[in-house]
Design a protein around this ligand. Structure first.
Ligand SMILES: C[S@@+](CC[C@H](N)C(=O)[O-])C[C@H]1O[C@@H](n2cnc3c(N)ncnc32)[C@H](O)[C@@H]1O
Length: 228
């Protein structure tokens, strides 16, 4: 299993383990930026999808087209019974709300709200956007902590949208894949933006041989195939 970057953060900044991890992470980001075009995966837009749902798009970076593809992935995994849907990084709860309204499966939102893109105010908005959704469970822990302490059913759809660099995205892909059922779908956000070059490289490294489900700009969705 790859190292959980949030475990490394528990070391003081001067600690050799943390210094070495950070130095390696920076080098990888640099290389990912230099070779940004090399790590592109083919685009695959699904035609004739139902219209994008009404949502507060001013409080999420997920676009209407991306939301349409996420909902398509949700419907394509409905037959995987006794499974749950996960959003890693739920922020203000806009996508969380759309997903939870569109399925009877449990939706597990994983977000610690301890900085790193998620503030107390974001948490307040998350709570108001998801109030009354009976199939929603919030795990207020980091991605790695949620995987290590998992007590829910296996996962059929995971939307990875937390920290957008190589070490975090790479860790999230590997960690959440371990909880997924065969034929589940892994969706990863912000895969085509040079400012998040490490995320694109992490997705390329983990998924370039995988069967693609869809790939509108900045959202890559792949099938998770488990070998027996
Ligand atoms: C880009 S936002 C998520 C946007 C959301 N998915 C949406 O569709 O609007 C990133 C979120 O990831 C959270 N985050 C950062 N590190 C995390 C980690 N290790 N595990 C889980 N969530 C994390 C932040 O608190 C922040 O709320």
């Amino acid at each position: 299993m790859k190292t959980d970057p949030f475990v490394i953060k528990k070391y003081p900044k001067w600690h050799p383990i943390r210094l070495a991890f950070t130095a390696r992470a920076r080098l990888i980001e640099q290389e990912a930026r230099w070779n940004f075009p090399k790590y592109a995966l083919a685009e695959k837009i699904i035609p004739n999808l139902p219209p994008a749902p009404d949502a507060d798009y001013s409080n999420t970076a997920v676009t209407p087209v991306q939301m349409q593809h996420l909902l398509y992935a949700l419907s394509a995994t409905e037959h995987l019974t006794d499974t749950v849907v996960v959003e890693v990084g739920s922020y203000r709860g806009v996508t969380t709300q759309v997903l939870a309204r569109a399925t009877a499966r449990k939706v597990i939102a994983v977000d610690p709200y301890i900085g790193y893109g998620g503030s107390d105010e974001d948490y307040r908005l998350f709570q108001s956007n998801t109030a009354g959704l009976l199939n929603l469970i919030h795990e207020r822990v980091s991605s790695g902590e949620a995987v290590r302490t998992w007590k829910h059913e296996p996962v059929s759809l995971v939307f990875i949208d937390a920290l957008h660099d190589y070490v975090n995205t790479g860790f999230d892909i590997e960690a959440w894949s371990s909880l997924m059922v065969d034929g589940g779908i892994l969706a990863m956000h912000d895969t085509d933006q040079k400012s998040f070059a490490g995320t694109r490289k992490a997705v390329f490294d983990a998924c370039h041989n995988a069967k693609q489900f869809a790939h509108p700009n900045n959202l890559t969705l792949i099938y998770l195939e488990k070998s027996n």
